[in-house]
Write a protein that binds this ligand. Sequence first.
Ligand SMILES: *[C@@H]1O[C@H](CO)[C@@H](O)[C@H](O)[C@H]1NC(C)=O
Ligand SMILES: *[C@@H]1O[C@H](CO)[C@@H](O)[C@H](O)[C@H]1NC(C)=O
Length: 343
Amino acid sequence: MKHVKVVSIGVLTTITLAFLIYVAQYSSYDFPVWSFSEADQLEDVCEKPVHRDWSAGNETLGFDALLALSRGTKWRVDGIHAAAAASGITVQIPPQPGWSEPFIKAFQDFGPVEAHGAAMAWLAHIDLLKYVIAHDYGSALIMEDDVDWDVRIRNQTVLIADAVRELTGQRREKGAPYGLQWDVLWMGHCSDPPNADDPMVVFEDETVVEHAKYRGLNRYITDVLPEGRRSVHHSWNPVCTFAYAVSARGARKLLAQASLGKGGAFDLMLMHACQDKVVDCITVNPEIFDAYHPAGGDISEVRAGDHHEDIDTTVGQGMGSTDNILRSARCQGLFGETCLTNA
Ligand SMILES: *[C@@H]1O[C@H](CO)[C@@H](O)[C@H](O)[C@H]1NC(C)=O
Ligand SMILES: *[C@@H]1O[C@H](CO)[C@@H](O)[C@H](O)[C@H]1NC(C)=O
């Protein structure tokens, strides 16, 4: 990320420069927040990532854990493991404690969702939030088990962490590469058209899909950003919970909210909770996690749960495709190929 506008660098002595870098890393030196209107004038800025926190690019992407929400369907789990290996990250798939049928039915009747599968999905999110709290994680990323990401994800998250701290005015702090001023980091969604009046931190990222190939429910982000740029901003209208990170505080707030059983499907509940500022949400846009569409067409676990289909055998074999992910970790891991939808 090229945030730091170092003016007339030539007049600075080496000592002053070293001091600036020191200050930038360890104190409250303020960096300018860039808006997208400035993004085209990035040529002359210092590329030195003076305040970069590389721990956001570690095996758990700077969080305490990466957790996949899964009922263990083979093609999904195989894909997660293959993608994790291809991109050098460690994803846990905690066993789901499970809920009794009468309980699921009762939850279905009591509240938020009519479909049996969607009720189960909702309860599974609750289980994982409890898992995060029980393990006392400072932060964790929760992903659905059919998601995909780029093999370069560890590079992506370093830039994102930097941008999130910039957006929230946080300095580098050990053990918290994304800072501490957020509850939910919405990293995988099917679009979140940002509010043009809200602050937005924009950065160059070679892994961003070109606009013509972007697929999302709403394409507004491609009007807002120049090509080859990603952004972070406060969540405005995000849909689909492909992947979201929670801070420790976020996990507690979200669990409390989810347990009310209100608001439609889980992702809609989360969207409303973000919009109503019940939780403090930041969106990565375009998203870095997206749904993998298996070769056999889209057969979601939610629907499969409703129809008790055994979809395992057919779906795992052929290569599917993923929207918006240039170098799919799943397809790299399973087939040694890229599989951008309609590329
Ligand atoms: C990640 O970034 C580093 C440093 O810029 C670069 O050397 C490396 O090739 C990148 N990794 C991938 C997988 O692109
Ligand atoms: C990755 O970095 C985060 C933040 O510094 C840390 O909490 C986590 O334990 C690290 N993960 C690994 C596998 O070292």
